[in-house]
Design a protein around this ligand. Structure first.
Ligand SMILES: [Zn+2]
Length: 411
């Protein structure tokens, strides 16, 4: 079998970042009638490119298959709505947006963000490939194109007289199988003087905090700031600012404009972030090849804890049904032998089963009824918020378990 090529620079991918084994798709939650059927499993093998240091997975299924009936609706999270409201307010003032402007969001979900720009009187347009999600946005009055974004969709938008003053691409960059097509589309759609804002999980944090559970099939590329900047530069886009944000265990918010744009000077945060990454070894192969050993140690530590708890006769439930939880549980081999169930606040996930492990997903009320001794927090990146919501677990002496970066038990 020939080795795959880098999604960005086309170099042969001969180095492993982490090979987790065989997995079902993380977002393929199962209905009761599906749990006795076969599930397709695919390799979850992340490789690093020795030339551009993009960490990446091979694509095993067309994105149409993965994203066209996406089960995630942003508006169910109160926290994400508050962030969206603040984000829109800041963007309107920073980029001086008004009634003549256009804000385009790529992967606009149910319009959770664009609705706040619209409330400021700024025209908006969403691009969202999941038809069921796009329909929800349309019902809320957010004009939405139900298509994948790339050169073709950008061309159609321009032909309809629409170019963007602000393009927002939050949590989509990592999910793009064809980087060339996607970034070319951004470049075409951006008006002179406009800005593209991209949010993407930060590879440096993933490496430093052993966040291997954020590796799953729907997540094709893992970017350092240096590599993201290189990809954008290749397409005539200049990165002029960057923020660090807490999303998904630590993400980058990258600001880019046309390369010939002189009105935007490069902020000090750009060379500062590059310097930090280089000092952390982001351009050294050993930084990547030493990752897998630490991942195996996380598995051993978590299993050790769970085995000890079960031998002591304790009951354990999980909280949340995020994609990352499925990577963690399937990699560690944690099934119904350890976890009685998990719970999730999203009604779209309740009464389904986790892919691979077939652990049932219930409404959070079951925690009060069954009073587990331990609650394993799968979306550990939201631990602050979740521990607040689950304060009642303490009433019966229950404890919380955070799996990543190391097993931590909180009374
Ligand atoms: Zn490469």
């Amino acid at each position: 079998m020939s080795l795959p090529q880098c999604r960005f620079c086309k170099a042969v991918l001969e180095h492993t970042f982490v090979d987790l084994g065989m997995f079902p798709f993380s977002n393929s939650y199962l209905r009761q009638e599906q749990i006795s059927s076969m599930e397709p499993f695919f390799p979850l093998h992340a490789r690093v490119c020795v030339n551009c240091f993009l960490v990446q997975l091979e694509q095993f299924e067309a994105p149409q298959g993965i994203f066209s009936e996406y089960a995630y609706f942003s508006s169910y999270s109160e926290t994400s709505l508050n962030h969206a409201r603040e984000y829109a307010g800041r963007a309107v003032s920073r980029f001086q947006l008004n009634r003549e402007s256009l804000v385009v969001e790529i992967a606009s979900n149910d319009g959770y963000l664009l609705q706040y720009f619209q409330a400021w009187g700024v025209p908006v347009l969403g691009v969202e490939p999941a038809q069921n999600v796009a329909s929800v946005a349309e019902e809320k009055g957010i004009k939405t194109i139900a298509k994948f974004f790339g050169i073709k969709t950008a061309g159609e938008m321009i032909a309809a007289g629409r170019r963007a003053d602000l393009i927002v691409a939050n949590n989509v960059f990592a999910h793009v199988p064809d980087l060339f097509d996607f970034v070319s589309g951004l470049k075409l759609l951006l008006k002179p003087g406009g800005t593209i804002v991209i949010e993407v999980p930060h590879l440096l944090r993933l490496i430093q905090e052993t966040q291997f559970d954020t590796v799953y099939h729907e997540h094709f590329s893992y970017f350092s700031f240096c590599t993201a900047k290189e990809v954008l530069q290749e397409h005539g886009l200049k990165v002029y600012d960057v923020d660090e944000i807490p999303t998904h265990g630590g993400s980058l918010r990258i600001y880019a404009c046309h390369v010939e744009e002189n009105s935007k000077r490069i902020e000090f945060r750009v060379p500062e972030m590059e310097g930090r990454e280089l000092a952390a070894g982001i351009r050294e192969l050993a930084t990547y090849t030493s990752f897998a050993g630490r991942v195996r140690e996380v598995k051993r530590a978590l299993l050790e804890f769970l085995i000890h708890a079960k031998r002591a006769g304790k009951s354990i439930a999980a909280y949340g049904a995020p994609a990352k939880g499925n990577t963690l549980l399937n990699y560690c081999g944690i099934g119904k032998d350890f976890l009685d169930y998990t719970v999730d606040i999203s009604p779209h996930k309740q009464n389904l089963f986790l892919p691979g492990t077939h652990i049932p997903i219930h409404h959070p009320d079951i925690l009060r009824k069954t009073r587990p001794d331990y609650v394993l927090i799968l979306p550990w990146n939201l631990r602050g918020e979740i521990l607040g919501q689950l304060a009642y677990v303490r009433e019966w002496g229950g404890q919380y378990v955070i799996p990543i970066p190391t097993v931590e038990v909180i009374r």
